[in-house]
Design a protein around this ligand. Structure first.
Ligand code: ADP
Ligand code: MG
Ligand code: ZN
Length: 480
């Protein structure tokens, strides 16, 4: 029997609000143990939470980007459970009245648009963190009450690759919005994967297993693949799937049972009496809407149309907002979309990779790349010279403030388009390589490249390739 996987992801995104969701403590990562704490986020009896408006605003913005309906009535509920790093004995979350519902994320997988439904997204506070040291454990509450947006997808995903792509694209959207730093290792973006399998053709879903807190894209895909295989194996041996929470062990590449899955009623959700219901009026939503940037998929489509570049290029160039803006700054100045994309995806990416820099501190500016392209297109310099100027800027010989025009002028790099000068060089090369001329004339076309190379070398790379090509052909064939 053939089986089909069914997958839905729950993603916890840490919102980049300056302070925590219910108290004024800083929400920044990396402070000393328990430095970012107060009576509220350590759960002191009688301390009262106050909702952080910035968290609501970032959630609205995210909801709009995920094409969600932003609900007017919001209630914060207590989700009761015991954990040593949850001093209140409950987590404040949203339950039946969340902020965002009914959205979707669209992205391309190998050129095909795929849409994944967003069931809901709700605001909640994070718990603290326990660390275990042999026979004792420590609790750090810096993370307690840090704001999270939990984004729950519909069970629309059908394989691990799609799940990985969904997660990558969701992360890109969050980064474009600037609402989350997307750092999976530091835990600012966490993913639980819900996985079930069903016989192909069956309508009903199978029993799902929840895989908790997987901290990289690669592991999400591997954990799902392992889990799908495990479930199919069980069913084929006549066994039943238990609804449970499992942990993925990346070292052994397998999942192990953690606990039986709680049902919602186990948490005894009820509205938190310390927090008033929140009303989000339409005007607020409209105001936030004006801050919505162009989103990755929209930008990708625009790049393809406006700059006439292949989808492959547009995918890469829109991977981050910074890179897409850098690219657009080049095109605005040089009006050659494909050349700009080649430079960025080729030489620039290589340099950034080698120097372990990112686009925000690129050693070569968008202006300089645009000028290089303009100078090539205007036949001022050859492509070869442009590459060597680029290398010189990239390796620090010239600064990123220096103008390309000036570099060309002071180093006398202008391309030679003077036919007489080129002809003279060609004659010289031909005279010095008569044996090769013979080979060419007896049909060995490949040797043409050798002549181009020799002439170029003689002219220190500054001869116009176009003129050299044309003239050389004529000369070798004896037509000029
Ligand atoms: P819980 O908090 O109990 O995990 P949520 O509603 O937050 O419940 O999340 C449920 C997730 O599981 C959603 O992403 C949903 O798409 C997914 N899901 C539900 N049923 C199935 C199923 N049969 N197989 C796979 N995923 C499922
Ligand atoms: Mg869950
Ligand atoms: Zn606090």
């Amino acid at each position: 029997m053939d089986f089909e996987p069914v997958i839905g992801l729950e993603v916890h995104a840490q919102l980049l609000a300056k302070s925590k969701i219910f108290c004024p403590c800083s929400s920044a990562f990396g402070a000393g143990d328990n430095d970012n704490t107060c009576a509220v986020c350590t759960g002191m009896p009688g301390a009262l939470p106050v909702l952080n408006k910035e968290v609501v605003e970032l959630s609205i913005l995210t909801g709009l980007a995920l094409k969600c309906e932003i609900r007017e009535n919001n209630v914060f509920s207590r989700k009761n459970y015991f954990y040593p790093d949850l001093p209140k004995g409950y987590q404040i979350s949203q339950y039946d009245e969340p902020i965002c519902v009914k959205g979707k994320v669209a992205f391309l997988v190998e050129g095909v648009e795929t849409t994944v439904g967003i069931t809901r997204a709700h605001m909640e506070e994070d718990a603290g963190k326990s660390t275990h040291h042999g026979n004792f454990s420590l609790v750090n509450l810096n993370r307690s009450s840090v704001p999270l947006l939990e984004i729950v997808s519909e069970p629309d995903l059908r394989n691990s690759k799609q799940a990985g792509e969904y997660l990558r694209n969701l992360r890109t959207i969050l980064l474009y919005l600037g609402v989350c730093d997307g750092n999976m290792e530091e835990g600012s973006l966490r993913c639980d994967a819900n996985v079930s399998v069903r016989p192909v053709g069956q309508k009903e879903f199978g029993t799902r297993v929840e895989l908790k807190n997987i901290n990289s894209f690669r592991f999400v895909e591997k954990a799902i693949d392992f889990e799908v295989g495990r479930q199919i194996d069980l069913i084929e041996h006549g066994q039943k799937i238990t609804q449970e929470t499992r942990l993925y062990d990346p070292d052994k590449n397998r999942t192990v049972s953690m606990r039986l899955k709680e049902e919602a009623h186990d948490y005894r959700y009820f509205p938190d009496p310390d927090l008033l219901p929140l009303k989000i009026d339409r005007l607020w939503v409209e105001r936030v809407k004006t801050k919505l940037p162009e989103l990755p998929l929209e930008k990708l489509r625009r790049f393809i149309n406006q700059y006439q570049i292949p989808e492959y290029d547009a995918q890469i160039l829109t991977q981050t907002r910074e890179l897409s803006e850098f690219y657009e700054n080049i095109v605005k100045k040089c009006v050659n979309g494909k050349a700009a994309s080649n430079w960025v995806m080729g030489d620039l990416m290589r340099i950034l990779n080698d120097q372990k820099k990112d686009i925000s501190n690129s050693p070569v500016s968008a202006d300089q790349i645009a000028d290089l392209i303009k100078n090539i297109d205007g036949n001022q310099i050859s492509g070869k010279i442009a590459k060597s100027i680029f290398e010189d800027i990239a390796t620090g010989k010239y600064s990123r403030e220096m103008s390309v025009g000036e570099i060309i002028k002071t180093n006398n790099l202008v391309q030679v388009t003077d036919t007489m000068a080129i002809e003279a060089t060609i004659d010289k090369i031909i005279a010095a390589n008569l044996a090769q001329v013979e080979q060419f004339r007896s049909g060995k076309d490949k040797i043409f490249g050798f002549f181009v190379g020799q002439v170029m070398k003689e002219m220190k790379g500054q001869g116009s390739p176009q003129i050299i090509n044309d003239l050389l052909k004529k000369k070798l064939k004896g037509e000029a």
